[in-house]
Design a protein around this ligand. Structure first.
Ligand SMILES: C[S@@+](CC[C@H](N)C(=O)[O-])C[C@H]1O[C@@H](n2cnc3c(N)ncnc32)[C@H](O)[C@@H]1O
Length: 290
């Protein structure tokens, strides 16, 4: 397997959050990220919803299948299936009443919480993440319909994973590119193009160059558009040191942080990749205006 983009050097600028990604339940994740105002899934939600409603219109089925790369505890699935915001999820998963509960009790409580939210959106979500416990949690409470605990940077997609899955309409990610490179995308492309080519929508921190993923997708007949003049806050910097390192990274890539990262937050941009003919027919700006 070819080696992927060298994001590991860039990642050194970021605080290491690895210890909260693979717990048996999301309390540590939400307690930590609330203090940093992690908000990219909320900021991404309206765009993902727009794409889902467009896909419903264009494809002859009402149930849309979403593959969430780096699904974690099912955060995007929760936001897209239910009428909840990140603030609601922060309130729910940091509640003091559950502080000393076991993970089994958290799971029971969460099954009830999401059930009481009423009928979910007509979506199937396939979740891919290297964090086995997080994926198992997301499946157990029903946010993710099919979980694939995989690190496609280092392992191959098992053939049975591909055979058992629904045709994917939309592949999404928030906060994941940078951890994953074009290698993961290359492996997922046969699966997400097998029936009807899926749209691929990624929110990507400005410090991670997207060109190698874009080139990989081009080999599959995809064209990528970046939403220009739109910036999406991901989270506050954890420290002045983290901010300085990220600013240095950006400056070394000729990316100007003025008014964005310089104001204290990681900032992401939105990339949508679709088959080239579809892009020509309805470019991103017009697609979002419909
Ligand atoms: C910042 S979190 C984002 C999670 C979720 N998308 C969100 O926005 O809340 C990054 C996620 O990427 C996952 N991740 C890191 N490296 C990965 C890899 N090589 N393959 C799949 N997932 C990975 C982590 O386990 C974690 O769940």
């Amino acid at each position: 397997m070819n080696s992927g983009a060298n994001f590991s050097g860039i990642n050194e600028a970021k605080a290491d959050m690895g210890s909260i990604y693979d717990r048996p339940d999301p309390r540590a994740y939400f307690n930590t990220l609330e203090t940093l105002d992690y908000s990219i899934p909320s900021n991404a939600k309206p765009l993902f919803q727009k794409l889902i409603s467009q896909l419903r219109r264009q494809r002859s089925h009402d149930e849309i299948c979403v593959l969430d790369l780096g699904c974690s505890y099912g955060v995007n699935a929760a936001l897209l299936k239910h009428d909840v915001s990140m603030d609601d999820l922060y309130e729910h998963w940091t509640q003091v009443e559950m502080k000393n509960a076991t993970s089994d009790e958290v799971i029971q409580n969460d099954q009830q919480y999401f059930e009481e939210l009423g009928d979910p959106e007509n979506l199937k979500v396939i979740g891919v993440d290297q964090a086995e416990n997080a994926v198992a949690f997301a499946e157990e409470i029903g946010l993710v319909d099919e979980g694939l605990p995989l690190n496609l940077e280092q392992e191959s997609l098992p053939p049975e994973a591909r055979q058992n899955l629904e045709p994917v309409d939309l592949m999404i990610s928030t906060g994941c590119v940078g951890y994953v490179t074009e290698k993961s995308f290359e492996q997922l492309m046969p699966m997400v193009t097998e029936y009807q080519p899926a749209w691929i929508a990624n929110f990507v921190l400005r410090m991670f160059p997207y060109n190698r993923i874009e080139n990989t997708l081009r080999r599959w007949g995809y064209e990528t558009e970046k939403l220009t003049d739109h910036f999406f806050r991901q989270r506050r910097f954890a420290s002045a040191e983290e901010q300085n390192q990220v600013m240095e990274q950006l400056e070394s890539q000729d990316v100007d942080p003025t008014g964005l990262e310089a104001d204290g937050h990681f900032v992401a941009e939105f990339y949508l990749s679709r088959p080239a003919a579809e892009v020509r027919e309805l470019p991103l700006q017009r697609l979002l205006a419909v």
